[in-house]
Every structure is written in structure tokens, then in C-alpha cells.
Design a protein around this ligand. Structure first.
Ligand code: PLP
Length: 433
């Protein structure tokens, strides 16, 4: 297979390796799970990106989700440009924070108050602290296959044994921290029951991704989420929806509205900042009154509510809040997924496209559903590597790991999707030759 030229990217990568660990500022960017060196991106416009060698791609990574309107959207650009001359940061309140908060709170019945932070990690870390502060309990339950950012409490994976404390999934995380995090398999009511029995009166919160989408796309069933709501309530624990991906993606009110379930705390990130670094966590008035300076749970940020970032978020969310936005995006995605699935079925290829709203995951499996991390076959990732390379060579950019989902943006045109479909079909033919 003749590969696209990556010589300029490769040279930049060599240089970057002398500056940054692994040459990157976030690990997955290093292309360790796919072929070749990472592509250095020069610019993006609409659904397309261009790398340093001048290669053009239809982008389904979309900065890992934030760019639901695509790259370089004119409305966001205008909003940012208008905010720029007033200054970049004050560390004092600005009206723009009110504006973004009002836009969110008047259109989302699942939270009454919120606090802006600068990343998803920070939002989740703060939500956990709020849950612990409010319940006066220390333990949290998370699920294998959910990612919640890189704070210490959450870099924990399942330990050995049936119900036990987690093990750290990173060096540098104290084992005493991991001991406060219980890690359970998704889609397993009995495991939850046993954990609540074993740690009676100690669990502050259960945290789950709105739709787990960081380890494949592990779509949970309605009854399981309802069970989560019920069992947390019965045990005096809070339910946290980590909606850093699903917030403003499944709909303006995210997964909470998708399930019609009221969680106690919701975290946001990615889309909320329109491509700028913004995160947020929100809850009821009562819960949020625990946060400093009203209450005793401390949480702060020098650049929180940054005016330029707020301006980008306001512009993006205003577009998302228009009638028919999500329906249009979902239809577009479904058409792509259905067409690809029809091709797969016709050839009997062992691959499945899981999808919800504008999220899709191409999984090399023969299972008709995958709802927990242990159902993912690690060996299938070799097939993804071949597929990923074939797609790059055909001008389609997917996340550089088979565990990553793809995102369709409002900027993807029918022509983009037709071209991508052709490339995906050819890519699959290459995988299964
Ligand atoms: C991306 C992500 C995070 C972390 O957000 P950052 O902005 O990368 O810190 C947390 N939770 C979920 C569900 C995410 O997808």
C-alpha cells in the first residue's frame, strides 16, 4: 500500500519529541495504536483538516468531540473576534459568564446552577468533591470502560476478585486513593448490589458516562440506568452523569433528557466551549450551595469562565439550541451508518457499526451488542490499524485508536459523507482480503 506523504509531519514529530514526552501534550495523539507518525495539523475548515504535508482529510475526530459545528465556524469565529479587543482575562466576573450560564440553565431542566471550570477533568474532579462533601462519605463507584479525565481518584481500574477496591491505572496515583474508588463492570446490576451491600453507608456517588464513549461505544439499556438511579437513591449515594461527551451532543440536555432521568450532578466539557477550554458541573440549587464561597466544598480557577472561551461557547450553544439541529445531525449520521452496515452485511464482514445520535463506533466484532469493556476483543484492534491506515490514505481522518468513537458534525456535507462511505467500504475490503 502506498502511503500519503508524512515527511513534514514526521520532521515536526522528531522535533516535538525533544520537547514533550512522547512528542505530544496528550498521549493518544502519539499514534501509538495505529501505523505511522502522528499528523501535524495546520488548519481546519468545515469538516476538513489539512496536515503539514498538505494532505486533506474529512475529519471524524473533530478535536475529540468539541467541534460539533466543524472547524473554523464563522459564527464562533465572529464571537471570539468580538470578545478579543476587550482583553483576554480578568480574574473577575464578566457578563459573558452570565450569558452562557443563562443559555444553558434556561434550556436544561436537569440542573439549576452550575460552575464553569477549564476542562472536563476539572469538572469531574470537582463533582466528585461535591458529592463527597455533601454526603460526608468517601467512596465512589465507577465503571470499567468509562473515562472521566485524569484526576487521581479516577485513574483506577478493576482489581482482582469479585467486589474489591480498584487498582491504580497510572503510576503516581497513591494506592490509598485507589482504595476509595470501587470499579465495577458496566451492565451488571448484581455487581452494584453487592458493592452497595459490602460498602453500606460509605458510597458518596456512582459516576457513569452519559453514554460510555471512551472505550468503544458501550450503549447501556434504559432499565440499567433506571436501576442505577434507584439503587443510588436507596443507599443515600449521589448519581453523577459525566456528560463531557454526551452533553450538548445527544441533544441540548444531553443524556439526562435522553433517558429522562434526573442525576444529582452533571459534568460538561468538550462541546460547551466551542473548541476553547471550558468545562462545567451543575446540580440543584441545594447541592450547588455546598460549593465555596456559599459552602464548604472548595473549588476555584484562575482562568475559569474565561471571556474568550465563554464567547466561543455562547456562539456554539446558540446554534445547537435551534429547532431541528439535533434531528438533522442524527439523520445524517444514521444514513452513513446504515449505508455502511448494509455493505458490511452484504459481504458478511465481521464488523459492526454502533451508533447513537452523531456518535459512531466501528468495531471489528461479530457481537450484535457490546455493553461492557470486557466484551471488546483486544485482538480486533489489529484490524482497526489496517482500516485506519487505509482511510488516511483515502483522505478520511478517524481517531488513532480502535477504542475511539467518531463524530459527525453539522459541517459534514452529503458529498463528504458519500466520499467517506466509499473510503470506508474500500478500507473494509482491505481489512478482509
Ligand atoms: C474527555 C473526557 C473527560 C476529560 O475531559 P478533558 O477536557 O480532556 O480533561 C472526562 N470525561 C469524559 C466522559 C470525557 O470524554
Amino acid at each position: 500500500m502506498k502511503d500519503i506523504s508524512r515527511s513534514k509531519s514526521a520532521a515536526l514529530y522528531e522535533k516535538a519529541k525533544t520537547y514533550f514526552p512522547g512528542g505530544v501534550n496528550s498521549p493518544v495523539r502519539a499514534f501509538k495504536s495505529v501505523y505511522g507518525t502522528p499528523l501535524f495539523i495546520e488548519r481546519g475548515d468545515g469538516s476538513h483538516i489539512w496536515d503539514a504535508d498538505g494532505n486533506e482529510f474529512i475529519d471524524f475526530c473533530c478535536s475529540w468531540g468539541p467541534l460539533i459545528l466543524g472547524h473554523n465556524d464563522g459564527r464562533i469565529r465572529e464571537s471570539v473576534i468580538n470578545a478579543l479587543p476587550q482583553g483576554l482575562s480578568f480574574g473577575a466576573p464578566t457578563e459573558l459568564e452570565n450569558e452562557l450560564a443563562e443559555l444553558i440553565l434556561t434550556n436544561n431542566k436537569y440542573i439549576q446552577k452550575l460552575r464553569f471550570v477549564s476542562s472536563g477533568t476539572e469538572a469531574v474532579m470537582s463533582a466528585i468533591r461535591l458529592a463527597r462533601g455533601h454526603t460526608k462519605r468517601d467512596k465512589i463507584i465507577k465503571f470499567e470502560g468509562c473515562y472521566h479525565g485524569h484526576s487521581d481518584s479516577l485513574l483506577v481500574k478493576a482489581g482482582s476478585g469479585l467486589v474489591t477496591f480498584g487498582e491504580t491505572s497510572s503510576l503516581g496515583v497513591p494506592t490509598s486513593f485507589a482504595a476509595e474508588t470501587i470499579v465495577l463492570p458496566l451492565n451488571d446490576k448484581q455487581a452494584l448490589q453487592e458493592a452497595f451491600a459490602q460498602f453500606e453507608g460509605q458510597v458518596a456517588a456512582v459516576i457513569i458516562e452519559g453514554i460510555p464513549a471512551n472505550d468503544g461505544l458501550l450503549i447501556q439499556e434504559q432499565h440499567y440506568i433506571e436501576y442505577l438511579r434507584a439503587i443510588t437513591q436507596e443507599n443515600g449515594a449521589l448519581l453523577i452523569f459525566d456528560e463531557v461527551i454526551t452533553g450538548f451532543r445527544l441533544g441540548f440536555e444531553g443524556a439526562a433528557a435522553y433517558y429522562g432521568i434526573q442525576p444529582d450532578i452533571i459534568t460538561y466539557g468538550k462541546i460547551i466551549g466551542g473548541g476553547m477550554p471550558v468545562g462545567a458541573y451543575g446540580a440543584s440549587e441545594e447541592l450547588m450551595s455546598c460549593i465555596s464561597p456559599d459552602g464548604g466544598v472548595y473549588q476555584a480557577g484562575t482562568l475559569s469562565g474565561n471571556p474568550i472561551a465563554m464567547a466561543a461557547g455562547i456562539a456554539q450553544l446558540n446554534v445547537l439550541n435551534t429547532d431541528g439541529f439535533y434531528e438533522g445531525l442524527a439523520t445524517k449520521t444514521k444514513n452513513l451508518v446504515d449505508a455502511l452496515t448494509a455493505y458490511i452485511d452484504a459481504r458478511n464482514y465481521q464488523v459492526k457499526v454502533f451508533s447513537i445520535a452523531s456518535i459512531f463506533w466501528i468495531a471489528f466484532t461479530d457481537k450484535s451488542s457490546i455493553r461492557s469493556a470486557d466484551e471488546i476483543d483486544a485482538n480486533s484492534m489489529e484490524k482497526y490499524k489496517v482500516f485506519h491506515r487505509a482511510l488516511l490514505n483515502r483522505g478520511v481522518y478517524l481517531g488513532p485508536s480502535g477504542y475511539e468513537v467518531g463524530f459527525v458534525s453539522a459541517a459534514h456535507t452529503q458529498d463528504d459523507l458519500d466520499k467517506a462511505l466509499t473510503a470506508m467500504k474500500e478500507g473494509l475490503d482491505l481489512v478482509f482480503v
